[in-house]
Design a protein. Structure first.
Length: 272
């Protein structure tokens, strides 16, 4: 009959490291995982948060299309639609809103772009997130705020099994999205006229392949691969409240110290 023999081989000081189970306080400081950001991003869940998002986008659109700014100073139907989420980026230092975007899914009804544009066959019958009202506050970190908002959008789509992100963008935002991997829906970069939503300007319809993005970024050694895929950013909090996107505010949570380092250099990737 075989029996297990106790290994009495003495442990060596060199070679394979010895495994020692944790036993209480070792005296070593706990290091919070992930990379801290100067901002935090969360899903809008209160009237106050929505007011902040509305102000940011009214100010941002007003810089480009002043005549259209007043129309954006009110709550829009899509802001509180059951198929929509509004993301809000806030400074961890001042608490002020510095960016926002709106995600409208087709889980319960077609999105606006699906209703007004005949989409290619491959975009039909799948989960879609139509992105609108991307806006950032005027300032030196605007490009980095955009990147963080896009990561929140991308992660949300992965978690909710959305296959495609659709957007319509004016110049130069369309070039920003193209650098991230967005492609033209219409041939020859054809544009649409959308006076109702963009203040009478031409916009470029674009799509983004959520499921293939990680592979394409990695294969092309895209400069955003680490930021978008490999790094963990606990200040992007979209999953903490995504199941109850409009509810009573939660108690304030303690925050770690603000990261004083430098943002990812995004100047060549996204322009404000």
């Amino acid at each position: 009959m075989l029996r297990l023999l106790e290994d009495r081989t003495p442990l060596r000081q060199s070679g394979r490291p010895r495994f020692t189970p944790a036993s209480g306080d070792t005296g070593a400081p706990y290091i919070r995982p992930g990379e801290s950001l100067p901002i935090r991003i969360r899903v809008v869940r209160t009237e106050n948060q929505l007011s902040k998002a509305i102000k940011v986008r009214a100010d941002a659109y007003g810089r480009h299309t002043p005549a259209f700014a007043d129309a954006l100073k009110v709550v829009e139907a899509d802001d509180v639609d059951r198929g929509s989420l509004v993301l809000l980026a806030e400074s961890k230092v001042t608490g002020e809103a510095v960016g926002t975007l709106r995600i409208h899914t087709n889980f319960s009804a077609p999105t606006y772009l699906e209703r007004v544009l005949e989409l290619p066959e491959f975009l039909r019958g799948a989960g879609i997130a139509y992105v609108t009202r991307l806006a950032v506050a005027n300032g030196p970190n605007g490009s980095s705020v955009k990147l963080a908002l896009f990561k929140a959008l991308y992660r949300y789509c992965l978690a909710t099994q959305i296959s495609w992100i659709l957007a319509v963008a004016r110049e130069p935002v369309d070039r920003d999205l193209a650098r991230l991997g967005f492609l033209d829906i219409m041939p020859n970069s054809q544009k649409l006229r959308r006076p109702a939503d963009f203040g009478d300007v031409d916009v470029r319809p674009l799509y983004f392949d959520v499921l293939e993005a990680e592979h394409k970024w990695r294969e092309s050694r895209h400069p955003l691969y680490d930021f978008m895929v490999r790094k963990f950013h606990p200040d992007i909090e979209i999953f903490a409240s995504v199941s109850s996107a409009w509810a009573t505010p939660r108690r304030p949570r303690s925050r770690s110290a603000v990261f004083e380092g430098h943002w990812l250099e995004p100047a060549q990737i996204m322009a404000v």
